[in-house]
Design a protein around this ligand. Structure first.
Ligand code: CMP
Length: 225
């Protein structure tokens, strides 16, 4: 496990390394196997999580059973803070997409930590503002962008978290099934598949199971606009 990834989390921003590592040592480590949920939408919640390794999807379920993914988070990202800042039940279900290592902090400990290190509050606000910006954009895209545009955007977004240089492009091991990718884009699996097949035939990407290799990022970016 690479502690450096965890220490990138907003919780540790602007804090010296010794203090950050001291807090990290007090946080409980949780191994979350692929497919296991750490909490469910509607649960009461009093702790937040920082991802040390692997990835976690945040999903909501409609009354008719359909699922929608709000986001897929990777190392150094945090979740479970909303029920602290806006007390209430969990707003989404958090499930490991790949085997994940999480660090858990109780809301009470977080409040103490912010009290000892006030600049942390600014970084947490920044992370929340960034999330709101992305959510607004995704909402606009649902109304204004077509499915291929949304697929291109989702892949580019995933590449910022999970992208690694490959010989011929950027390999994005997102770990999502086709169904999950469709839930993230907010479209049917068939339509998302069609868009992926079209991008593949144009030479913009290559599919490799639960990963894609982005071959022509410039074209994908243009398609995502
Ligand atoms: P909480 O409501 O405690 O539990 C579910 C978590 O999902 C929530 O805190 C946030 O951390 C996270 N979450 C909710 N909505 C979004 C979103 N739109 N984008 C990314 N993460 C979210």
């Amino acid at each position: 496990m690479n502690d450096d990834a965890v220490l990138q989390a907003p919780l540790f921003a602007a804090i010296d390394e010794d203090a950050s590592r001291a807090l990290l040592r007090t946080m409980e480590r949780i191994d979350l196997p692929r497919g296991r949920a750490v909490f469910r939408e509607g649960d009461p919640g009093d702790r937040l999580y920082v991802i040390g390794a692997g990835s976690v999807k945040l999903g909501r379920r409609a009354p008719d059973g359909r699922e929608n993914l709000l986001s897929v988070l990777g190392p150094g990202e945090m979740f479970g803070e909303l029920s602290l800042f806006d007390p209430g039940p969990r707003t989404a279900t958090a499930t490991a997409v790949n085997d994940a290592l999480l660090f858990e902090l109780s809301h009470a400990e977080l409040i103490d930590w912010i009290g000892e290190h006030p600049p942390v509050a600014t970084h947490l606000l920044q992370a929340l503002a960034h999330r709101l910006r992305r959510t607004n954009e995704a909402m606009g895209d649902l109304v204004f962008a077509d499915v291929p545009g949304r697929v291109a955007k989702a892949l580019l977004d995933l590449s910022t978290r999970f992208g690694e240089p490959a010989e011929d492009g950027l390999r994005v091991a997102h770990g999502l099934t086709q169904e999950e990718l469709a839930q993230l884009v907010g479209a049917s699996r068939e339509t998302v598949n069609k868009a992926l097949a079209d991008f593949t035939s144009r030479g913009w990407l290559r599919r490799e199971g639960r990963a894609v290799v982005l071959l022509d990022i410039e074209r994908l970016e243009r398609r995502a606009k």
